[in-house]
Design a protein around this ligand. Structure first.
Ligand code: ARG
Length: 597
């Protein structure tokens, strides 16, 4: 289905052309004076310069040419030369009926040429618990992925685990101090290793920070960890067996945590999966003359003539021959081109990593790892701050574990929902259902709180505001959906049916109804735009507008008490469409609505 704004533009453009003016003047935009009109065209103002006449002479002619066109209720020419446009109620009702008939898509067409898109998000580090710093990557990445999927693309989400480097050596070294008799440390052992890991997740989560702390103070310990890392990467059997235990225990825990966030990855690859590609990649860069030695390190120049700031060379190997973060990301691209041949790779990582990605992307293109046709894109997100404007911390100033944060919000939500139930004397709710509802609403609160901000900006994580049932919040959106569900089930309880509603929507009877329809009609344009700009916040802004439009309609219109069957059916169809559009949108944001709250 074409976008409404384009349909209107086409019609107005035709009028400009038929009156002898250039087509470029026919562009129509949303009105910035909604009190006066719904759409506007300022083309006559610009055309007046080219055709050397007063703007209103042109706008008068266009308005006259458009009078009688079935698309419009009115096209007014106002001085000095604006066109104020209102769309016809019949036409808008037709669009609504078309949206209902287009189930699941609601007028939004799938991409004609589906792309293969990899979304690299999550990025947790093995053996370290998830903390709030990981929240944004997971939440925004999941939404960016779902939006692209909805547009019909072939999208692959990869968690890209941080499972390579010194942290593994640190864990092995600390484990050796705690349990020196484990068979993994016996270099002469040739038998099979136990299936059971020699530690639990909570031990593992204690081992890593202890080891990391020691390595900063104890040079001998650090030396041992470096050696263990080297031996592990060199293939020492016992260490490899430990690595797979570390991975299993940690990944099981990570999966559980991401599951709770309704975040799901198609691929659970890690930095270590890219390592086999490093030697050949480095050789290629040397052979083709891109890589050269500078101050002991192997580097590739990536600066360009048009740069306005200094872009340092991309370091491929350190002076001791070890690979770095950039080496791993480049080798991962080699692997991805070979395994998935993507048209686009999108990375979700802290905005402070932007220089890293500029270097990696330029190096990958320059050395031919990635063809010119593959787009590489870093979505850098800002920091999640506390109310004090500083990075979010626990009450005692530590790094907040994601699990605890979620629990805190779940509990707060549960208390709120219980109170809400009490107020409405709706005391029959089952405690299990209340708990489940609290989790659903809490997740919406957190995700909407994050996603409603432009990703690149810092934002304040304000639990109180996020969990409010009023204002621009996740719970408000859910509340609107729940309200619609409740009206629909009352209607059904009285024998009404919500099936077979095609062609049921009649032209709006009042401003509130028309406003809701206009808002619904923007669905396809909004989603396309959110996809093109990888911008979930545009969907948030849209559903907030739509929820407000619905609540305005609900306020102005009696629905269940309406006696005219045809009209009532029209309202019910509008409710169903609003509910489905809202639900489709929140699914793209990565959360869902309960049946009641
Ligand atoms: N593990 C990294 C970190 O904790 C994030 C990884 C981002 N993705 C990437 N391909 N570099 O900072």
């Amino acid at each position: 289905m074409k976008k409404l704004i384009d349909l209107i533009s086409e019609e107005v453009t035709k009028a400009f052309v038929s009156e002898g003016y250039d087509a470029k003047y026919g562009k129509v935009t949303l009105s910035n004076r909604p009190d006066l009109c719904e759409f506007q065209c300022n083309g006559a103002m610009a055309a007046a310069k080219e055709y050397k006449c007063a703007p209103f002479m042109i706008s008068d002619k266009i308005a006259a040419a458009l009078s009688g066109c079935g698309l419009f209720e009115s096209v007014e020419s106002v001085k000095p030369g604006f066109l104020n446009i209102k769309i016809s109620g019949e036409y808008l009702a037709d669009i609504m009926n078309g949206m209902i008939a287009d189930e699941g898509r609601y007028g939004c067409e799938k991409a004609e040429n589906p792309l293969t898109i990899i979304v690299d998000y999550g990025g947790p580090n093995v053996a370290k618990p998830l903390h709030v710093g990981h929240l944004r990557s997971a939440v925004i990445g999941e939404s960016v992925k779902r939006i692209a999927k909805f547009m019909g693309h072939n999208v692959i989400g990869d968690v890209h685990l941080g499972d390579w480097g010194l942290q593994m050596g640190l864990i092995i070294t600390e484990l050796k101090e705690r349990k020196p008799d484990l068979v993994y440390f016996d270099p002469d052992y040739t038998g099979e290793y136990p299936k059971e890991a020699p530690f639990t997740i909570s031990e593992l989560e204690d081992i890593y920070p202890t080891a990391s702390g020691k390595s900063k103070q104890d040079a001998v310990f650090k030396e041992a960890a470096l050696l263990a890392t080297k031996e592990l990467q060199g293939g020492r059997r016992g260490y490899q067996a430990l690595l797979s235990h570390i991975m299993n225990v940690s990944v099981t825990d990570l999966k559980r945590n991401y599951e709770n966030l309704n975040v799901h990855f198609e691929l659970w690859k890690g930095e270590s999966d890219a390592q086999p590609y490093v030697p050949e990649m480095v050789q290629m860069m040397k052979d083709k003359g891109y890589a050269y030695m500078s101050e002991g390190a192997l580097v590739v120049d990536v600066k360009e003539d048009t740069d306005t700031k200094e872009i340092p060379p991309c370091i491929i190997l350190k002076s001791d021959g070890a690979s770095l973060y950039s080496t791993t990301d480049l080798a991962t691209l080699v692997m991805r081109m070979k395994e998935n041949n993507p048209d686009r790779v999108i990375y979700l990582a802290d905005a402070r990593q932007s220089m890293h990605f500029i270097q990696v992307f330029r190096c990958a293109k320059k050395t031919g790892i990635v063809p010119e046709t593959t787009e590489l894109k870093h979505i850098g997100f800002g920091t999640m701050n506390g109310k004090d404007g500083k990075p979010f911390k626990t009450r005692d100033g530590g790094v907040m574990r994601l699990e605890y944060l979620l629990k805190e919000i779940d509990d707060e939500m549960l208390a709120k929902i219980k109170e809400n139930q009490k107020e409405k004397e709706n005391l029959d709710i089952d405690p299990k259902e209340a708990e489940k509802t609290a989790k659903t609403v809490a997740l919406a609160a957190i995700k909407y709180g994050d996603l409603s901000n432009q990703a690149s900006k810092d934002y304040v994580f304000d639990i109180e505001r996020f969990t409010s049932f009023e204002g621009n919040t996740g719970p408000y959106i859910l509340y609107t959906i729940v309200r619609i569900k409740s009206i629909l089930s009352k209607y059904q309880a009285k024998g009404g049916t919500i099936e077979g509603l095609s062609d049921a929507i009649c032209p709006a009877k009042n401003a509130g109804q028309k406003n809701l329809m206009l808002s619904l009609a923007k669905f396809n344009a909004t989603i396309e735009n959110a996809y093109e700009e990888s911008a979930p916040h545009k969907i948030c802004a849209y559903i907030y507008e739509l929820a407000n439009a619905f609540n305005g309609f609900y306020h102005d219109t009696k629905i269940l008490a309406e006696e005219n069957d045809k009209l009532q059916k029209s309202y019910i169809a509008l409710l169903v469409l609003t509910k489905e559009v809202l639900e489709t949108c929140i699914d793209m944001l990565g959360f869902s609505a309960p049946d009641r709250m």
